[in-house]
Design a protein around this ligand. Structure first.
Ligand code: DAT
Ligand code: MG
Length: 149
C-alpha cells in the first residue's frame, strides 16, 4: 500500500492546528501508520531539505523547521502521495485554494504549516529518514470495507 510522509511544521504546532490537520487526513479515509512529536536536529533538517540546499531560502528553512517541535507522520492509502498534496494545497498559501490546509490557514510561503512528500520515491526516502521500520505500525483498519470497494 502507498505511503507518504507528512510533517506539521513548528507554526502548525504553535498555532494549535495539530488536531485540525490530523482530522482532515482521518476524515479523508487515510490510515495513520506512524506518528511522533519531536524537535528536529539540524542534521535531520538539512538531510530532509537536501534538494533545496542551493536555494536562497535554505538556511531560513532549516532555522525554521528546527525552531520548535514538529509532528511527523506516515499515512497510508491508495494514491495517498498525490492526494495528500491536494489536501495540503500549493506551496504558497496565498495561491493555495480555499479548502486546502495552506489555503485555509496560511498566507506566507515561509510559514506554510505542513510538509508532504511530492512523489512516491521522495516519500520512501523521507519515511526512512524520519522513521525506523519498527516505529511504523501495521494494523487492520476495520473501516476499510466502507472506504474501499
Ligand atoms: P512544498 O513544501 O510545497 O513541497 P518546496 O519543496 O518547493 O515546497 O519547498 C519546501 C519549503 O521551502 C516550502 O514548503 C516552503 C519553503 N519555500 C519554498 N519556496 C520558498 C520561497 N520562494 N521563499 C521562502 N520559502 C520557500
Ligand atoms: Mg517539497
Amino acid at each position: 500500500m502507498e505511503r507518504t510522509f507528512i510533517a506539521i511544521k513548528p507554526d502548525g504546532v504553535q498555532r494549535r492546528l495539530v488536531g485540525e490537520i490530523i482530522r482532515r487526513f482521518e476524515n479523508k479515509g487515510f490510515t495513520l501508520v506512524g506518528l511522533k512529536f519531536l524537535k528536529v536536529s539540524r542534521e535531520l533538517a538539512e538531510a530532509h531539505y537536501d534538494v533545496h540546499k542551493e536555494k536562497p531560502f535554505f538556511s531560513g528553512l532549516v532555522e525554521f523547521i528546527t525552531s520548535g517541535p514538529v509532528v511527523a507522520m506516515v499515512w497510508e492509502g491508495d494514491g495517498v502521495v498525490a492526494a495528500a498534496r491536494k489536501l495540503i494545497g500549493a506551496t504558497n498559501p496565498l495561491v493555495a485554494e480555499p479548502g486546502t490546509i495552506r489555503g485555509d490557514f496560511g498566507w506566507n510561503i515561509g510559514r506554510n504549516l505542513i510538509h508532504g512528500s511530492d512523489a512516491i520515491e521522495t516519500a520512501q526516502r523521507e519515511i526512512s529518514l524520519w522513521f525506523k521500520d519498527e516505529e511504523l505500525v501495521h494494523w487492520q483498519p476495520h473501516l476499510m470495507p466502507w472506504l474501499h470497494e
